[in-house]
Design a protein around this ligand. Structure first.
Ligand code: MN
Length: 176
């Protein structure tokens, strides 16, 4: 219907314009935080799109396209945050996440790397499955830029200052 069409138009136009920045800057007091982001995603179109969104905010992006490489990179200490596709060849995102968390636990890693799920399907129970695997946040595909930025922001500010915007009970998880 008309509403659905308008929603899609909005999502697409955000990619080309800077209009989505307005809401993000309202609650952030410090300078924008630039991160080293590991993008684990096997679809080349999604790789290009997610990378462009991240680089637009000044983040440095490393792309891997299967779960095994996602694990080895995530535990390397070279990244600040992981965006993890759920459906990937060789090792799916949930299993990769469990392996990352197991590694961190064995090595007594003090600061666990934030992992955000990217998933194309939004079924009841997906959110719980992602949390149980050890993920910290959830972004549905197709990715809405403002949603991606909000999740990253809420996760990466938790360890430093308590942001007023993250006062709700579960700011990182949204059921689409
Ligand atoms: Mn995939």
């Amino acid at each position: 219907g008309a509403l659905f069409g308008a929603f899609n138009d909005q999502a697409v136009s955000d990619e080309a314009s800077d209009s989505s920045d307005a809401t993000a800057t309202a609650t952030v007091t410090g300078p924008p935080q630039t991160l080293r982001v590991l993008l684990a995603e096997d679809n080349s179109v999604n790789q290009v799109y997610a990378r462009s969104l991240l680089e637009k905010h000044g983040h440095a992006v490393t792309v891997v396209s299967d779960g095994h490489r996602a694990v080895s990179e995530a535990v390397s200490g070279r990244h600040d945050l992981v965006l993890m596709d759920i459906q990937m060849p060789r090792l799916d995102g949930l299993t990769a996440t469990r392996q990352i968390r197991e590694y961190e636990q064995k090595r007594h890693v003090a600061r666990k790397i934030p992992i955000v799920a990217l998933t194309a399907y939004a079924m009841p129970g997906d959110r719980e499955r992602c949390l149980q695997a050890g993920m910290d946040g959830y972004v549905a595909k197709p990715i809405r830029p403002e949603r991606l930025y909000a999740v990253i922001d809420s996760l990466t500010h938790l360890n430093e200052t308590t942001s007023p915007s993250s006062s709700t009970s579960s700011p990182n998880i949204e059921t689409p």
